[in-house]
Design a protein around this ligand. Structure first.
Ligand code: PLP
Length: 398
């Protein structure tokens, strides 16, 4: 039999955890694995601006005809403004081309396949650690993955000198995957000065930055979180961006993201875009419309845009509050280890420093699910589940 040769794939480290969580019958279980935002009631509600945009679409949509290969054009233009800023010379000089794609994952995949098929850039450097799916996506597309150092366990902080040293060993044309903000899994981002140094090393060594930008607005704000990207784009002539609206619009299951290429000039951009479209055509032909239309409807309407900003701000502020409460509650539970670094990290995640065996005990003994690396989704913490989580952590580390 042909299929009898097929081996069993290992469960995905993050989504596999969600399956195990769903199967757990303990009523007090807590899922701090997957990166989804939960409100104070532990729910992941639809944003009110999204509901309003959907009501508009229900009224105004007249056809379910195919989109073009590149998706909703107004959406693609709106994406560029969020990435580079309204007044960006990159936009004015038509150096950027954007295609809507299914989520950040689909965008990364299209970007990777475009590189493999059309350029000599077939090695990609990713941070150690990085989002668990990066290696999977890049290798499947045919890129060779190498790692640059990023995190120093002893200090629970960035190892910037090591990062620069490793990038200095990359070859001309190599791709460097950079997390635009809210680094997953560590929550540790570069300062603006460090971004400028990374930009300079990319320029000097002719490295090609690929930004994974899945959390714009979850760090400090829409424009604030794009500072690193904009600083790099001001220095290097070429780069790529794979962005996602799964988190900042709460549109996880609509699969809405985009792949953007910034080329040295408009001619290069036009030719590159033709190959991006060819890649998309061979994969899924054209993207689903609904998510892109929701986002472009919101971003085109001043009042919905404002409402989105306010809702995003409240998500960001709730996570920041949970960070502070988490640190304080651990202390209150008698944990002597210094966890104050958690309140300095950005975005949904915190790299807790918990060991594999402590993570396993949290799951087995306390029904608390976190990723094996010790990554905690702070966005899943609430005032209600905080005491149980902190008590359990105190028990496994004491
Ligand atoms: N990139 C990073 C760093 C992520 O954390 C995620 C989602 O968790 C993605 C990309 C993928 O986002 P999407 O769900 O839009 O495919």
């Amino acid at each position: 039999m042909i299929f009898s040769q097929v081996t069993l794939a290992p469960a995905d480290p993050i989504l596999g955890l969600t399956d195990a969580f769903k199967a757990d019958v303990r009523p007090h279980k807590v899922n701090l694995g997957v990166g989804i935002y939960k409100d104070e009631a532990g729910q992941t509600p639809i944003l009110s601006c999204v509901k309003k945009a959907e009501a508009i679409l229900l009224e105004t949509e007249k056809s379910k005809n195919y989109l073009g290969i590149e998706g909703v054009q107004a959406y693609n233009q709106a994406v560029q403004k969020l990435l580079f800023g309204e007044q960006s010379s990159i936009i004015a000089n038509k150096r950027a081309v954007t295609a809507q794609a299914p989520g950040g994952t689909g965008s990364l995949r299209v970007a990777s396949e475009f590189l493999v098929r059309n350029t000599g850039s077939t090695t990609i450097w990713v941070s150690n650690p990085t989002w668990a799916n990066h290696q999977n996506i890049f290798e499947t597309a045919g890129l060779t993955v190498k790692e640059y150092r990023y995190y120093k366990a002893e200090t629970n902080d960035l190892d910037f000198a090591a990062m620069l040293a490793d990038l200095a060993n990359a070859n001309a044309g190599d791709v460097v995957l950079l997390h635009g903000c809210c680094h997953n899994p560590t929550g540790i981002d570069l300062s603006i000065e460090q971004w400028k140094q990374v930009a300079n090393i990319c320029l000097e060594k002719s490295l090609l930055p690929l930004f994974d930008f899945a959390y714009q607005g979850f760090g400090a704000g829409i424009d604030e979180d794009a500072q690193g990207l904009r600083a790099v784009a001001a220095v290097v002539p070429e780069l790529l961006i794979a962005n996602s609206f799964s988190k900042n619009f709460g549109l996880y299951n609509e699969r809405v993201g985009a792949v953007t290429i910034v080329a040295e000039d408009q001619d290069d951009a036009i030719r590159s875009f033709s190959q991006i479209k060819k890649t998309i055509r061979a994969n899924y032909s054209n993207p689903p419309a609904h998510g892109g239309l929701i986002v472009s409807t919101i971003l085109a309407d001043a009042s919905l845009h404002q409402e989105w900003q306010a809702e995003l701000t409240s998500m960001r502020e709730r996570i920041a509050e949970m960070r502070g409460l988490f640190v304080a509650s651990l202390k209150a539970e008698g944990v002597e280890q210094d966890f104050s670094f958690i309140s300095r990290q950005n975005g949904m995640f915190s790299f807790s420093g918990l060991t594999k065996s402590q993570v396993a005990r949290l799951k087995d003994e306390f029904a608390i699910y976190i990723v094996g690396s010790g990554r905690i989704s702070v966005a899943g913490l609430t005032k209600n589940n905080m005491p149980a989580v902190c008590k359990a952590i105190a028990q496994v580390i004491l």
